[in-house]
Design a protein around this ligand. Structure first.
Ligand code: ZN
Length: 164
């Protein structure tokens, strides 16, 4: 069966950066399952997977624009250290949700200075060109429930949320 909109696709993959470091991977024994065509994966990956057959293996290089985006300076904030009050456990790498006037952004503490804490809301893979090796392990039709939820269920899918 071929990958098309509203199919559930199981993939094994290895993701490397330009230097060949492995950033992420899923093995064929425990593939990632996702609902195709609704933006659950980064754009470049869905585009590369479209119309592939189950069993097919291929490599694809995805630029930041179709991956996790270009690094955006507007997503870096310097916060007054006093704002953290008694949160004395703020350290490099701490993540929390920052509420700005427009949105909620997951940020990471990237620098701690005397008076300010610098936080970064860019994805950790922003600006990265992504080198994927992908194998299509399985393709099947989505169930009505999966279409309703907008994601895949079952092994490798979004099984960690409340269906109540
Ligand atoms: Zn669901």
């Amino acid at each position: 069966m071929k990958v098309a909109k509203n199919t559930v696709v199981s993939i094994a993959y290895t993701l490397k950066d330009a230097e060949g470091n492995v950033l992420d991977a899923a093995e064929a024994a425990e593939p990632l399952a996702y609902l195709h065509g609704v933006g659950n994966l980064i754009a470049g990956m869905e585009k590369a997977l479209d119309d592939r057959d189950s069993g097919e293996s291929f490599e694809v290089i995805i630029p930041p624009e179709e991956g996790y985006g270009k690094f955006d300076d507007d997503l870096v904030w310097e916060l007054d250290k006093e704002q953290f009050g008694e949160l004395s456990d703020v350290e490099l790498g701490t993540q929390f949700v920052l509420e700005t006037e427009e949105e909620q952004v997951l940020v990471t503490v990237v620098e701690i200075k005397d008076d300010v804490v610098v936080v970064d809301g860019n994805h950790e893979l922003a600006d990265e060109t992504l080198y994927f090796e992908i194998t299509v392990v399985d393709v099947r039709d989505a169930t009505p429930e999966e279409l309703d939820h907008g994601h895949a269920h079952g092994p490798g899918g979004a099984h960690d949320h409340d269906h109540g």
